[in-house]
Design a protein around this ligand. Structure first.
Ligand code: GAL
Ligand code: MG
Length: 990
């Protein structure tokens, strides 16, 4: 544009004018425009300007739409910050000399048969300010990075010829200050661009209200580009092929002045559907609704198609009810994220997200922290999720100033109202959220007021309002929706008699790294405490971006397939904050999801799946096994099951299971599937529940849950017969042909993210637990009187080693008694932790084996990783996993791969040689290729070099995981106390 006059769009400097939310943008609506549209996705001409008012040059490269330029081949890279803005300017300003601005341009052939039609350009989403020009002429402005912007191009483009569309995207603006969500910063166009045409008379909006009772109301808004509405036009609606009531006259009842009626056109369709199949997240029944706008002669001028669901949402007392039921909210927070595109997600991606969530027992999504891609809501309707739809408002860094800043008033109301206008017809959306972490001010109340008038059918939530007083009744939130509240506070509130509204945590159980400890304790309390209804785990994704290690660039769309099972291919890694050279960043805090960046589920997902089990075993009684139905709306007819009995002696018996017909909430006893064998030791009965038929989210046979019950406890272990001898060197270290590092005391684990950010790892380091210095005190051979209870008669070949492990603030006394027994040795250990070491990571043994022992078989909890406070999803049984697959590749390497409740294990080579270990009682065990110090030293998974042998930990005590990277630590009952710890194990050669 070389015109002498400055371009009005840039002359306005809209990027630093919060009052300007849009210019020339069409109102948001819920009309479906997918059919017949002209997609404009693909490569566009592209150039990146240093600031928005820099001249556009002649040198163009290209960029893919939809896509952010920060993930394509430009020098403006992704940057991650959590709370703080990436620049110091106060709202509404942005960096004056560094504000990357992408100019996208392409020719568009406007179809000739669109002559006489109204032509609309839709940009699915652009961040953070969008300026639109067509053939050099200004068309409009839009902000609100996660909602579409539409512009009327009728008269600006000519059907049958080409027009040049230019989209200028300014990265930093006044809007960035209210889009300060905890995620990567990007710039560009993140959702599809398209052009569509309508009749000059068109459906401007459709609002559906479909009640649980079967009542249906469809309100339509009609507009005409010519102004006046012609007479005789009418509307029809069709529900699953059946015609609804007709309304031949537009409702002009409220219109007294003809001038006004020139542009006001409203019509309403009413119907009652008998025996309606109601929608809920368990049985998401949908109906097809087609709304048609007819010309006077009956021909169709416009059509909008909707998949609707009949359901009610209401708050009664302190309960949130769906169709009258107090449903539990088993939710997760989900961002629109992809490791190759940053923010652009395809329909298939979203479907895969939701399918996975269904398979792991989730029934709710909070669209943290902005309206998600429209297809997400279609999928939630179809697959069955309750959605908290959240507006794109987070002013975290400047929350207090902005919440009451009148310059931002428009933006708050605009963003909340546009979300409601877009998503109001989705049965899945049950709650509107005013945004996240933006303090609480008049701007929120203004937005809430708009919603309450426009959509009285759904509650509103806003954490920032409700947090001031959970029991308040006069703020902008209908739900008390705290984040990371201590469980005891939630329970106390529900028991206080002061509770006024449902308590559903908008975020809890922070999933950063190896985490989600105490999730089962939370759910036990939620299910037992009226007034508590669940919450949303933070969060679904680890936002690791696939990065080429050689040049530090994002792999981009070419990186497809360069990862597997949560691990990036050699030469690549999952980048987190700081990996793109950002000066200001918040590190690995961006990797805090229950799935890896490639959607591989973390072990915590299995924990969640079991906690959400639709079928539970309540108890084992004389008359049989008591089962219960833990759903809200359906029976067990969608499920199949088999009984599995695991005996300690290695036997596994199975029998087909018949699930009783139970309504939600009911219990029934079923007979024991087989007589319990008299021998065989400890016995666990598991009900392996699977899907009985193909479902939209799971093929037949997909495992749903594995509830289990103990039928018989273990017998006391026989004391092995003493035999043979044990070799110990002068340092008191065991010499054994299969061990390359002798069993030693370990108090250290590679700190988890919870350990680091919660502060405990710092204390461990200051106590010197990461570098304890071992000093042997004595090595006594032969039959001396043992202080450890080993009778002297069997102690002729035994060796007692006493050592001290010195930290900086205390010394641990450690004693090992090696007693030779048939085929191996028994090791009795005792460690005395001084008071100074009052809360350590673990107390146990670590040793290393020769190479080649690559298979772990165990009797205990599994098969997936489990820890003392995250073990509900790992049933006791016989498990067998290759050593290389035991480790969990958390983005920032940390303690991982543990198995809880292990009773015995073998580590073997393909020729069945190896070693076996029998433990005195169920213990925490891990077998990996890494020492704790290997993991501690690495910042990314690709820096780890696996050892050829195994690093084996047997823990007498292991600290729970908790969630202290953001939220409560593990409970005191899962911590490791000082004082004396004793444990023993028997090692044999196979
Ligand atoms: C919350 C916030 C989320 C995220 C989380 C920590 O405070 O709402 O956006 O930052 O903490 O990961
Ligand atoms: Mg935040």
């Amino acid at each position: 544009m070389t015109d002498a006059l400055p371009d009005p769009l840039t002359a306005l400097r809209p990027w630093e004018a919060p009052e300007v939310t849009s210019w020339g943008r069409l109102p948001m609506n819920a009309v479906d425009r997918r059919s017949g549209a002209l997609p404009l996705d693909g490569d566009w001409r592209f150039q990146l300007l240093p600031v928005p008012d820099a001249p556009v040059g002649g040198a163009w490269s290209s960029a893919y739409v939809p896509g952010v330029w920060t993930m394509q081949d430009t020098d403006d890279r992704p940057q991650y910050t959590n709370v703080r803005m990436p620049y110091p300017e106060f709202p509404p300003l942005s960096p004056a000399h560094r504000n990357p601005t992408g100019v996208y341009e392409r020719e568009v052939e406007v179809p000739a048969d669109w002559a006489g039609r109204r032509i609309v350009l839709r940009i699915g989403a652009a961040e953070s300010v969008l300026l639109v020009h067509v053939d050099g002429r200004p068309v409009g402005i839009s902000k609100d990075s996660h909602l579409a912007a539409e512009f009327d191009l009728t008269g600006l483009v000519r059907p049958g010829s080409a027009a040049t569309v230019r989209l200028t995207i300014v990265k930093w603006s006044d809007a960035s200050h209210i889009e300060d969500q905890d995620q990567w910063w990007h710039g560009g166009i993140t959702r599809s661009v398209l052009l569509y045409a309508t009749d000059p008379l068109y459906l401007a909006d459709v609002t559906v209200r479909a009640r649980y009772s079967g009542e249906l109301r469809v309100d339509c808004l009609v507009r005409d580009t010519g102004g006046a509405l012609p007479a005789g036009w009418y509307l029809t609606g069709e529900l699953d092929g059946q015609l609804l009531a007709q309304d031949r006259e537009f409702d002009r009842a409220n219109v007294e002045d003809e001038r006004v009626s020139d542009f006001l056109g409203e019509a309403r369709l009413l119907a009652t559907v008998p025996e309606v199949r109601a929608w809920n997240a368990e049985t998401p029944e949908l109906y097809d609704l087609t709304v048609r706008l007819h010309r006077a002669d009956g021909t169709v001028a416009d059509t909008s198609r909707h998949r609707i669901g009949f359901r009610d949402v209401e708050i009664v007392g302190r309960d949130l009810l769906v169709n009258g039921e107090r449903v539990f909210i088993r939710g997760v927070n989900r961002h629109d994220f992809h490791p190759l595109t940053g923010r652009t997600v395809s329909y298939d991606d979203m479907r895969a997200d939701l399918v996975l969530l269904k398979r792991f027992g989730f029934n709710a999504i909070r669209t943290a922290h902005y309206p998600n891609d429209p297809a997400l809501y279609d999928l939630a309707d179809e697959l069955g999720f309750y959605v908290v739809d959240e507006a794109d408002i987070e002013s975290h860094d400047h929350a207090h100033e902005i919440a009451d800043d009148p310059r931002y008033l428009n933006a708050f109301v605009d963003r909340v109202s546009r979300m409601v206008l877009r998503d109001k017809n989705h049965p899945s959306v049950i709650i509107w959220s005013l945004g996240n972490e933006s303090d609480y001010g008049a701007n929120h109340d203004a937005a809430a007021g708009w919603v309450r008038r426009h959509d009285p059918t759904r509650p509103i939530q806003y954490e920032g309002a409700a947090k001031l007083d959970w029991a308040a009744t006069d703020d902008a939130s209908d739900i008390a929706c705290p984040m990371y509240a201590p469980l005891e506070d939630c329970v106390a509130h529900a028991l206080s008699g002061r509770q006024t509204r449902p308590l559903i945590q908008c975020e809890y159980s922070h999933a950063m790294g190896n985490s989600n400890g105490t999730l089962a304790d939370h759910w036990a309390a939620i299910e037992a405490t009226p007034g508590l209804q669940g919450g949303f785990i933070w969060e679904f994704w680890d936002h690791g971006i696939l990065q080429r290690v050689s040049d530090g660039r994002p792999a981009g769309r070419g990186g497809a397939g360069l990862y597997d099972n949560g691990v990036a291919a050699p030469g690549y890694r999952w980048a987190y904050g700081g990996d793109f050279g950002e000066a200001i960043h918040d590190g690995a805090f961006i990797a805090d999801g229950v799935v890896f960046p490639d959607r591989t589920p973390k072990p915590a997902m299995y924990e969640h799946r079991e906690i959400a089990a639709p079928v539970r075993i309540e108890r084992y009684k004389h008359e049989g096994i008591v089962l219960s139905n833990h759903q809200h709306f359906r029976g067990f007819d969608w499920l199949a099951a088999v009984w599995v009995l695991s005996l300690e002696d290695g036997r596994t018996l199975t029998a087909p299971a018949e699930l009783p017909e139970l309504c939600p909430g009911e219990t029934a006893a079923v007979p024991l599937p087989f007589p319990l064998p008299e021998d065989g030791g400890e016995a666990w009965l598991t009900l392996r529940v699977t899907t009985a038929q193909d479902l939209p989210w799971a093929p037949r046979g997909t495992e749903v849950c594995t509830p289990q019950v103990l039928l018989r406890a273990a017998d006391a272990r026989p004391v092995p017969v003493a035999a043979g001898s044990v070799e110990v060197d002068d340092e008191g270290l065991l010499v054994h042909p299969l061990l390359t590092a002798a069993p030693a005391l370990s108090l250290w684990r590679a700190p988890t993210d919870n350990d680091e950010l919660g502060g405990i790892a710092g204390r461990w380091r200051s106590w010197g637990l990461d570098s304890l210095v071992r000093k042997v005190v004595s090595v006594r051979r032969g039959a001396e009187r043992s202080e450890m209870g080993v009778p002297p008669a069997e102690g002729w070949g035994k060796v007692t080693v006493t050592a001290e492990y010195a930290g900086t603030t205390g010394v641990v006394r450690h004693r090992q008694v090696f007693t030779p027994v048939e085929g191996g040795m028994r090791v009795d250990e005792e460690a005395e932790l001084p008071e100074e070491f009052h809360d350590v990571a673990r107390v146990g043994t670590v040793f290393e084996t020769v190479a080649g022992l690559d298979l772990l078989e165990w009797f205990g909890q599994g098969p997936w990783e489990s820890y003392p406070d995250r073990s509900a999803g790992a049933p006791v049984g016989h498990h067998c996993v290759p050593v290389d697959e035991l480790f969990t590749p958390y983005l920032r390497p940390q303690e991982s791969g543990g198995r809880h409740g292990v009773r015995r294990f073998t580590l073997s080579a393909p020729d069945a040689t190896g070693l076996s270990v029998v433990l005195d009682e169920p213990r925490q065990v891990s077998v990996t290729r890494y020492r704790a110090e290997d993991l501690t030293a690495a910042a990314h998974h690709d820096e780890l070099v696996p050892r050829t042998g195994c690093v084996v930990h047997i823990d007498a005590a292991h600290r729970g995981l908790g969630t202290a990277s953001c939220g409560p630590d593990t409970f005191p009952s899962y911590r490791v106390a000082p004082g004396i710890h004793r444990w023993s194990w028997t090692l044999r050669v196979l």
